[in-house]
Design a protein around this ligand. Structure first.
Ligand SMILES: CC(C)(COP(=O)(O)OP(=O)(O)OC[C@H]1O[C@@H](n2cnc3c(N)ncnc32)[C@H](O)[C@@H]1OP(=O)(O)O)[C@@H](O)C(=O)NCCC(=O)NCCS
Length: 168
């Protein structure tokens, strides 16, 4: 397995992030193929709280984003993890896991209340996210929506609202 490093995005990385994200989500049943546009809208709205890249040599092989959400019960400082993408040729090498661990570490460092994610549950459950009966993301099938409190936060209940960049 080749080694890779994880670092924050810079402006020069934007086209590569767009390309990687578009390629990674082709054919995924939980995807509307808008993920690359969502990342750009978040960035334009100054709501891309985290944008980490996994880099091998000069090539982008993985990317993860995080952005703020609001929760109807008033829970504060929760963030959505994702989109997360790994180059289809490099999946299964641990890159996605490293990106998840990095973003969760950063979320803990900013004292985030918790994290939510939409996607393949078997992937996100490996990192502690879980289905929550009383926490819903309207319009998203419950089987693809997961959450995890961080720090000493309790699991909230209610409706989650992602940033408007996700409402394409
Ligand atoms: C999901 C994704 C980011 C995982 O990245 P990755 O680098 O392939 O993941 P890892 O190599 O760290 O794999 C970690 C584990 O999760 C498993 N896994 C990987 N992708 C998975 C998926 N889509 N669903 C379920 N399990 C998955 C791997 O088999 C591995 O398990 P193992 O350690 O028992 O072998 C990547 O497959 C991807 O870009 N998918 C397309 C985009 C996407 O669907 N993103 C939304 C996230 S659900």
């Amino acid at each position: 397995m080749d080694t890779f490093t994880i670092r924050r995005e810079s402006e020069a990385d934007i086209p590569a992030i767009r390309d990687l994200t578009s390629r990674a989500f082709v054919g995924k049943p939980y995807s509307n193929q808008q993920e690359s546009s969502i990342i750009e809208s978040l960035r334009d709205a100054d709501a891309l709280t985290f944008s980490f890249m996994a880099v091998k040599g000069s090539s982008l092989v993985g990317h993860i984003a995080a952005s703020p959400v609001t929760i109807s019960n008033g829970a504060v400082n929760w963030l959505a993890i994702g989109p997360i993408s790994v180059d289809p040729q490099r999946q299964g090498e641990g890159i996605g896991s490293q990106l998840m661990r990095r973003v969760l570490k950063e979320l803990r460092e900013i004292n985030a209340g918790g994290a939510v994610a939409v996607g393949d549950p078997t992937f996100y459950q490996r990192f502690g996210l879980e289905h929550v009966a009383d926490l819903v993301l309207p319009g998203v099938d419950k089987q693809y929506f997961l959450a995890m409190p961080l720090a000493d936060s309790a699991m909230p209940s209610g409706e989650v609202s992602y940033h408007r960049a996700f409402c394409s």
